[in-house]
Design a protein around this ligand. Structure first.
Ligand code: GAF
Length: 373
């Protein structure tokens, strides 16, 4: 059974009728450009094949009913404009998008995006709902329309789910193209699709899910955002994008935070140049440098992620780094195809030696964005 069939079957079983359609949106890995989206920086993510599917039928009575395996059933009155827990990612999008003529819905969810793995399962849910509503209510789904959907999803996440995230996840979920990474500019909102055909070149982007939960709505992510804002003020620039050095900052913590952001943006520029030249293998050292910066200067890594990254590189990965917000979740390792098995083994062994949860693995193939399915 495909995921769309699962969502459709769940819908029929729960609500006793057929949905009007099914829509899906992918999870993501960010090749490079971490913790710079909210600093007006550059990111280079790609969508992964794992998706969240929503089966949807509109209602005319202001009720939202959502069913998903592994989560509590939720029935809520949309006029209350308040939702707790995971359903805030669904209701929040309805409230921020406010599609014309929309008064309620039944929604069944099916997903193979691992939850809490730093692969952006929440944005996959938000953006699948957003494309469904847009399609059903006649909102445009061209590039500009998708930009507006991404902005609504970010507001939903910030204002209703309480996660002060920056927009990377929603933009890649809505704009991804198969076989491409997407260079996202958070200063002017522009983007560039860059071919990323790792498989054709005998390479694998291996995702290591450390099995350690991360929680974006908690304090650490918000604290990093505030530190970046403070550092930006101290350097008297509009965004750290415009700064060339963090050295003028006296405070050692803020100096390190700014050094990460400034260095990471430079690494993204370099990575984009390499990809434009088809030099995927040469990304390795940039991935390693990004991880060191996130670990030492931005301090968002953790033992599980460092263990996975060190073991992957030690077993011959071309480069490896944590992805997403950090404090748990996943890492990526860029590997020659014939190194994938030894790298997996080494990462699993290293986790076992340290008594850490057994990691799980995915192969990330650059995949398509949110769509009807
Ligand atoms: C999370 C956030 F949701 C993104 O906006 C981004 O800041 C990322 O962490 C770090 O690069 O995925």
């Amino acid at each position: 059974m495909t995921l769309a069939e699962t969502a459709r079957a769940r819908f029929t079983a729960e609500f006793g009728t057929d949905p009007e359609g099914c829509w899906c949106a992918p999870g993501r890995v960010n090749l490079i450009g971490e913790h710079v989206d909210y600093a007006g920086g550059l990111c280079l993510p790609m969508a992964i094949p794992q998706v969240t599917v929503v089966a949807v039928r509109r209602r005319s009575d202001h009720l939202l009913r959502v069913r998903s395996s592994g989560f509590d059933d939720v029935d809520l009155d949309l006029r209350d404009r308040h939702a707790d827990g995971w359903v805030a990612y669904v209701a929040g999008v309805i409230w921020t998008l406010d599609p014309p003529g929309f008064t309620g819905a039944d929604i069944a969810v099916a997903s193979d995006v691992p939850v809490g793995a730093g692969l952006s399962s929440s944005a996959a849910l938000e953006t699948s709902v957003a494309v469904a509503l847009a399609d059903l209510c006649g909102l445009p789904l061209d590039d500009d329309g998708r930009d507006r959907l991404a902005a609504a999803c970010v507001r939903a996440e910030n204002d209703y789910a309480g996660a002060p995230t920056g927009g990377l996840d929603q933009r890649i979920a809505l704009h991804a193209r198969p076989g491409h990474a997407l260079l996202l500019d958070f200063a002017d909102g522009s983007s560039e699709h860059i071919p990323f055909d790792a498989e054709a070149r005998g390479l694998t982007v291996l995702v290591v899910d450390t099995g350690t939960g991360h929680e974006l709505a908690d304090g650490q992510y918000g604290q990093r955002r505030r530190e970046v804002e403070d550092a930006t003020r101290l350097l008297s620039v509009e965004s750290l994008r415009d700064a060339s050095s963090a050295d003028p900052i006296d405070d050692p913590v803020l100096r390190r935070r700014a050094r990460h952001v400034i260095g990471e943006i430079a690494r993204v520029r370099e990575a984009a140049e390499l990809l434009r030249a088809g030099r995927i293998r040469d990304l390795g050292p940039l991935l390693d440098a990004s991880h060191r910066s996130l670990r030492d200067d931005f301090e968002v890594s953790c033992l599980e992620l460092d263990t996975a990254v060190d073991a992957a590189v030690g077993a011959g990965a071309l480069g490896a780094r944590m992805v997403g917000g950090g404090f748990g979740g996943s890492a990526i390792a860029l590997c020659e195809d014939d190194r994938v098995d030894p790298v997996r083994q080494a990462v699993a062994d290293a986790a076992a030696r340290r008594g850490l949860p057994a990691p799980t693995f995915l192969r990330a193939t650059a995949s398509g964005g949110a769509r009807r399915c």
